[in-house]
Design a protein around this ligand. Structure first.
Ligand SMILES: Nc1ncnc2c1ncn2[C@@H]1O[C@H](COP(=O)(O)OP(=O)(O)OP(=O)(O)O)[C@@H](O)[C@H]1O
Ligand SMILES: [Mg+2]
Length: 418
């Protein structure tokens, strides 16, 4: 929608001006007829009508040239000048028509002259604040252009300029918010690139050293086998990292090529827990499956769901000391999640530091000490889990670890099938 004056607007404005003029002439005629007589009233209207019309035509003509206007005060002064000019002309005509003495007319014109001086000065005084406000708005906007986002536009009145300042302030806040979001995502992108490069470089460096050793030395078969085993480990690590990255980037881009099925959670959890038992046993950690068999069917892709469970179980086992336990629970969601099943993986491990909690679902974010970081995974497990859960229409979060053991509690929801 445009706020520009259209031809239709101009026609309406001209009609309004005509209405005002007609109304004023009727009032003048009435006053003169009462004070003097009908003839005088007719004469006065005949004299004033063309003058009033002329002044209004001049005002409308000046408005047509508004695009060339350079000053607000000049426009106001023009209005005042037209009104006072009309009075002077009326007096001169009255003298000419001999129904006003030259003496009276001179005094009246002198009064109009004074009115002109006072009027122009009054316009200047009244416009001073407006001009200051306009200058303040301009200075404020120039600071915004120079990059300052703490600027707040302020004016000295509650008029249209104040409304303009309000709109401007809203725009500055929106600008600052947008820029902050852009900076944050730019920073996240840089972090990911740095993490990826680091994680790719570490196994590659090891592989390069082995290749150099093979090139330089005549290796005995035992060492060669040893080297091969190490190479296999690094190649596997690289492959897993690249697969994870690929998966995450596809999930981020919304590329979801898997189909949804009705999934019996109890069976899926049982299978997944069984797959993780050897690793848990090796660490002396007990994994307890408490998912009830009669749980509602979930709508999910079984392989992706298993991926989520594996990531959560792997984390739990990794961060739980020997003799600790990992428990998987599930049940119907409540409140906003009434149409979902809620699955929980809790462990009796060290838990997640308060400082790490808000960030663990970010790609490549690894909590704990620097030393722990080089040992553990790449920090993609929870990011992938979150992306998969969200692609299913669920959510995943860290719950408060109240209850039996003070470890980590991760919960996620999945929509119920049907
Ligand atoms: N059960 C848990 N107990 C304690 N800390 C955890 C637990 N699960 C996750 N964390 C913390 O959250 C971080 C991120 O977990 P995430 O699974 O995303 O990455 P990772 O396990 O380090 O690596 P990856 O999963 O890629 O092998 C971990 O580095 C760890 O600090
Ligand atoms: Mg993990």
């Amino acid at each position: 929608m445009s706020d520009r004056t259209t031809t239709g607007d101009r026609r309406r404005m001209a009609a309004t001006s005509l209405g005002w003029l007609a109304g004023a002439l009727v009032a003048v005629a009435a006053v003169v007829a009462i004070a003097l007589d009908g003839r005088a009233a007719a004469l006065t209207v005949a004299m004033l009508a063309p003058l009033g019309a002329g002044a209004l035509i001049a005002a409308h003509a000046a408005d047509l040239r508004r695009s060339r206007s350079r000053s607000l005060s000049r426009r106001l002064a023009l209005g005042l000048g037209l009104a006072l000019g009309l009075v002077v002309l009326a007096l001169l005509i009255a003298v000419r028509a001999m129904f006003l003495s030259e003496h009276d007319a001179t005094i009246a014109i002198a009064a109009v002259g004074l009115a002109a001086v006072v009027g122009f000065r009054a316009v200047a005084v009244l416009l001073r604040g407006t001009r200051e406000d306009v200058a303040a708005l301009r200075r404020g906007l120039e600071r915004v252009r120079a990059g300052d986002r703490d600027v707040r536009l302020r004016t000295g009145a509650a008029d249209e300029l104040a409304a303009l300042a309000d709109a401007g302030n809203g725009m500055i806040v929106a600008l600052a918010t947008g820029e902050a979001a852009r900076d944050a995502s730019e920073q996240a992108r840089r972090d990911v690139v740095a993490a990826v490069s680091h994680d790719l470089r570490t196994p590659l460096t090891a592989l390069r050293l082995i290749v150099e050793a093979i090139e330089d030395d005549l290796l005995d078969p035992a060492t060669a086998r040893e080297y091969l085993r190490t190479m296999r480990t690094h190649v596997d690590t690289l492959g897993a990292l690249i697969d994870d990255l690929f998966e995450l980037s596809r999930l981020d881009a919304g590329v979801i090529e898997w189909s949804m099925e009705q999934v019996r959670l109890a069976e899926l959890v049982e299978e997944t827990v069984a797959a993780m038992r050897p690793e848990a046993r090796a660490k002396g950690v007990e994994v307890i499956d408490r998912v009830p068999a009669e749980l509602a069917l979930a709508r999910a892709n079984p392989e992706k769901l298993q991926r989520v469970l594996l990531n959560l179980l792997q984390n739990a086992i990794r961060h739980t000391p020997a003799d600790g336990s990992v428990v998987v629970l599930a049940g119907r969601g409540s409140g906003a999640d009434a149409d979902a099943v809620e699955i929980e993986v809790r462990d009796s491990g060290e838990g997640i530091a308060v400082a790490d909690r808000p960030r663990v679902f970010e790609p490549f974010y690894r909590g704990g000490s620097e030393a722990a970081r080089t040992r553990s995974g790449s920090g993609l497990g929870l990011a992938i889990a979150r992306a998969i859960v969200e692609a299913h229409g669920g959510r995943i979060w860290l719950a408060d670890g109240a209850g039996e053991a003070h470890g980590t509690v991760v919960r996620f929801t999945l929509p119920i099938s049907g």
